[in-house]
Design a protein around this ligand. Structure first.
Ligand SMILES: Nc1nc2c(ncn2[C@@H]2O[C@H](COP(=O)(O)OP(=O)(O)OP(=O)(O)O)[C@@H](O)[C@H]2O)c(=O)[nH]1
Ligand SMILES: [Mg+2]
Length: 310
């Protein structure tokens, strides 16, 4: 499997991603063997409110990437769908024109059951796509809730896309998008209110910015015509270079690495703890409404003590 992924076999790639998506067991050995081949890839997250034009932007970005002799993988993360298997793809992202291009791999991914596990999944998926040789890996996710925060943990750079006329500043603050953006794109600047949004955003960024930190640049685009997309891609490249120069990229990756190890251990311990036997014990201890009279701490302590004593 690893061999065919390394030779850029998209069918095998899809199979591996389905495994990850469906929480099927993949041996740690698989990822250990994959690891030497993943370091060249740049991972980019694209997020923002529904319908702002994220997919349209990615669709415009692909040819820019290809024109630089680079290959690209796109993963559309759909937080509302438990399982996507790529079938929904045609509806949600219109990038079918790259269907038979070996330098473009496009895929959607559901995440309904374990939102918390999405960061891990996005990282695992990023790894297999990277191992297929893709230079750039893009994760598109709708910025509503936890999903984009999980995806941010799996990428080098995050682009937040906004559009005029949607109650901008409040949305921004509420969604916490200010904290996660490395670059802002204001799309649909053919619509009214683009200037106002840009001004509000700049002002907010100013008041948010910390000394010495890299303030996120803002760029305008019209994805439906492709206007501004070339400059946007250049901005991504320049920003990555600047992040690299300042050591931000490295420290981000290291933190990601560390978080990932922590997560793996947590997962392993949790699944070890919740053996069928222990699930039964929990079930037993909470069988009747009367069990509410016992403190949850007490029951937890009992279960934990039993676990620690083997
Ligand atoms: N006027 C205008 N319409 C645009 C622009 N970019 C995208 N659209 C349209 O906006 C709609 C939504 O675009 P998508 O690219 O699907 O947006 P999205 O953010 O990926 O949407 P979700 O993935 O559903 O959150 C489509 O009908 C696009 O044609 C733009 O710059 N100007
Ligand atoms: Mg989309």
């Amino acid at each position: 499997m690893l061999k065919s992924i390394r030779s850029n076999n998209h069918r095998e790639l899809s199979k591996a991603i389905s495994h990850i998506e469906n929480d099927q067991d993949i041996s740690p050995d698989y990822f250990i063997q994959l690891h030497p081949y993943i370091h060249h890839s740049i991972r980019i997250g694209i997020t923002g409110p529904p319908g702002v034009g994220k997919s349209s932007l990615v669709d415009c970005l692909i040819p820019e990437i290809l024109s630089q002799d680079k290959s690209v993988g796109v993963v559309a993360v759909d937080p509302t769908s438990p399982f996507s298997g790529g079938a929904l793809l045609g509806d949600r992202i219109r990038m079918n024109r790259f269907f038979d291009n070996n330098d473009v791999y496009i895929r959607s991914m559901g995440s309904h059951q374990h939102l918390g596990g999405l960061a891990k999944k996005a990282q695992d998926v990023g790894d297999v796509i990277a191992a297929s040789g893709k230079d750039i890996i893009i994760f598109e996710t709708v910025g509503i809730g936890q999903a984009e925060h999980d995806v941010v943990k799996a990428v080098d750079l995050t682009v937040v896309v906004l559009m005029p006329g949607t109650g901008d500043e409040i949305q921004l603050m509420k969604a916490g998008l200010m904290e996660i953006a490395d670059i802002f794109v204001i799309n649909k600047t053919d619509k009214e209110g683009a200037n106002r949004l840009a001004q509000t955003l700049q002002a907010l960024l100013h008041s948010f910015s910390k000394p010495d930190s890299l303030e996120p640049p803002v760029i305008n685009t019209i994805a439906s015509t492709g206007e501004g997309v070339f400059d946007w891609y250049k901005l991504i490249e320049d920003h990555l270079k600047e992040m690299d120069k300042r050591g931000v990229l490295e420290s981000k990756r290291l933190e990601r690495h560390r978080e990932r190890i922590r997560g793996l251990i947590q997962d392993r311990l949790l699944s070890k703890f919740w053996s069928s036997h222990r699930l039964e014990q929990l079930e037993k201890a909470t069988q009747s409404v009367e069990s509410i009279q016992s403190s949850p701490y007490e029951i937890a302590e009992e279960l934990l003590t039993a676990f620690e004593n083997g």
